[in-house]
Design a protein around this ligand. Structure first.
Ligand code: ZN
Length: 299
């Protein structure tokens, strides 16, 4: 066995949490809160000679959330396991054995001893070691009222997969789906009113000029000019490269769209400069038009 294994093995049988008395004796008000919270109407718990629900055993001796943590074997074991990479924990089993009912007036104590530490095992969560402890609950005279076998898995969190951030999804609906479908085919289309022939973008159900709901599309040439732009530095989204050039491009057809610029830096942007579309296949579900400076004007 390795030195590390020896050190771990030395924990078996060791007291993890020293004998700790409950802050309060078993009492009716705490029983009342518990059964009300659980919706448990068993008359044994609040009758003339009340009995604490067995499921409250741990609650009597539990440390308050804000109570000071005293360093002890428990912290040592956690640190030792973390040293070897077992930094994550999940509770797997809690096996109680009840010796007798506890009743108001019982003043309980608990102590916790390491019962076993398993060899390294492969689990669905990652490789880890099962740590089983035995908690013993006693009354004021030292008689055992219950035991609890408590098993946790201390495991190495799997290395995070490299994050491939997806671009935020556009909100696609019945009125604009045609535009994104055309984009997936690398076609830049503009919606046209069938009644008055006005072009419009972004897509919408109704012509803002004549209120007609009848429409078709025309294919844009993909050329346009820089109408306006901003350079975004923050906040940063992992799917984008920064500084991010966000532009309003006026198409030859006359409509404008908001898009990103590529193949150019912020310093070289000039309002009115000619641009042409380039297709960005961002991921299998999303293709978007972006624009770059027009290389040659001989189109
Ligand atoms: Zn119209």
């Amino acid at each position: 066995m390795s030195a590390y294994g020896d050190t771990l093995a030395a924990f078996v049988g060791r007291e993890l949490v020293a004998l700790r008395p409950a802050a309060d004796p078993v009492n009716v008000p705490m029983i009342r809160h518990w059964v009300e919270a659980m919706g448990d109407t068993n008359p044994r718990y609040l009758g003339s000679s009340p009995v604490a629900p067995a499921s409250m055993m741990q609650a009597w001796t539990m440390r308050g959330f804000g109570a000071p943590v005293t360093a002890g074997g428990f912290d040592e074991l956690v640190a030792l396991l973390a040293e070897d990479g077992y930094t994550s924990v999940v509770a797997t089993d809690s096996d109680f054995e009840y010796v007798r009912d506890v009743v108001p007036g019982d003043h309980l104590t608990v102590e916790e001893v390491v019962e076993s530490i398993s060899p390294e095992k492969a689990t669905g969560l990652g490789v880890g070691r099962f740590v089983t402890t035995l908690k013993t609950y006693r009354d004021a005279s030292g008689e055992v009222v219950a035991t609890q076998r408590w098993r946790t898995l201390r495991f190495k969190p799997p290395a995070a997969a490299p994050a491939v951030a997806a671009r935020p999804r556009p909100a696609i609906n019945l009125d604009n789906a045609f535009w994104f479908e055309a984009a997936r085919e690398h076609r830049l289309v503009v919606q046209r009113c069938l009644s008055c022939k006005t072009l419009r973008h972004p897509p919408g159900p109704c012509c803002p000029e004549c209120q007609s709901f009848e429409w078709d599309t025309v294919e844009a040439s993909g050329r346009g000019t820089l109408y306006s732009f901003v350079v975004a530095h923050h906040p940063r989204h992992p799917a984008f490269d920064y500084p991010l050039l966000i532009a309003v491009v006026e198409l030859e057809e006359g409509t404008r769209l908001i898009t990103n610029l590529t193949g150019v830096t912020a310093q070289d942007l000039i309002i009115g400069m000619p641009l042409e579309v380039e297709w960005l296949d961002a991921d299998p579900e999303l293709t978007l038009p972006v624009f770059r400076p027009l290389v040659s004007q001989e189109h």
